[in-house]
Design a protein around this ligand. Sequence first.
Ligand SMILES: Nc1ncnc2c1ncn2[C@@H]1O[C@H](COP(=O)(O)OP(=O)(O)OP(=O)(O)O)[C@@H](O)[C@H]1O
Length: 324
Amino acid sequence: MTVPALAITGLRVGIRSDEGMARILDHIAFSIAPGCILGVVGESGCGKSTLIRTILGILPPAAEIVAGSILFEGEDLRAFSEAELNRAVRGSRIGFVPQDPYLALNPLFTIGAQLLEVMRWHAPGERRSHSTRLVELLRRVQLPDPEAALARYPHQFSGGQRQRLLIAAALACSPRLVIADEPTTALDVTTQQQILRLLRELVDELGIAMLFVTHDLGVVAELCDEVSVIYAGQTVESGPTAAMLDRPLHPYTRALLACHPDRSEGFTGIPGAVPSPLRAPPGCRFAPRCAGARPACTGRSPAPQWPEPGRSVDCILYEAKAAA
Ligand SMILES: Nc1ncnc2c1ncn2[C@@H]1O[C@H](COP(=O)(O)OP(=O)(O)OP(=O)(O)O)[C@@H](O)[C@H]1O
């Protein structure tokens, strides 16, 4: 059996505040096989950034992992020291593509200086061999005139070209997992399509796994093999993309789809807002916004159900169906 590139189970992250300890992530679970792209979807405030920070080991001081495991290629990331994560995981075995290509590059240094520094930090070696590999990478991400690009500054590239540079930076140390944080949000639609196509090609060609975090189900439909939907810090539904978009099970996934202009007849929003983890409602956190909520939904958290092979849903309505 193939070892998943990333397997997360029962992940809980708490955050201390003046109002007490809040569960910012609660019962997060998913896994990603090599060569697969998993989309993690949720509205703003659902905990997507916290999830990324937890995996990369860069939570703010007030936050801590309370329970669960994060296995990266079978190794428990929670057991790694800060120095090991820094030297051998972040930016090397796990690459990262940030959201905003305009902010992520330092305007004062050339592309060559910035990207070669990343490569030297993780793999000290001869400058010339790093340069050769970097030029190959820039060619692979379809950046025009890659040799000349090394001597240029970030402002001399378009947004799409900067995102290609950041993808090259994420791949520079041959990662086994790439985490992409809404990498196309700041781009126009045509450039977005080109970047999505490039990411798909790279994953297929290199056999790496990708965790693609987004609020956009349209992007998920185009790119991802599997989807995990999170709401208020909890995984509510996971499964293969096509099945989930055709037959969403959880009321939140259905509501998200109904908000998408390409996938709904009349545009409807979801009433209310994602609750702060400090004031999370009891029971199912989506219940106050759910059209199908029953009194039992606020009494306790739903247990995960597997109504079809490869699909999971955390909703009391499916517990009743399973028991029938
Ligand atoms: N340091 C912190 N202290 C207190 N609450 C926090 C902290 N960081 C995040 N939160 C809260 O945790 C929840 C999840 O935040 P997070 O930034 O992970 O969401 P997100 O899905 O990434 O949102 P967005 O898409 O807007 O970036 C939010 O309610 C946020 O206010």
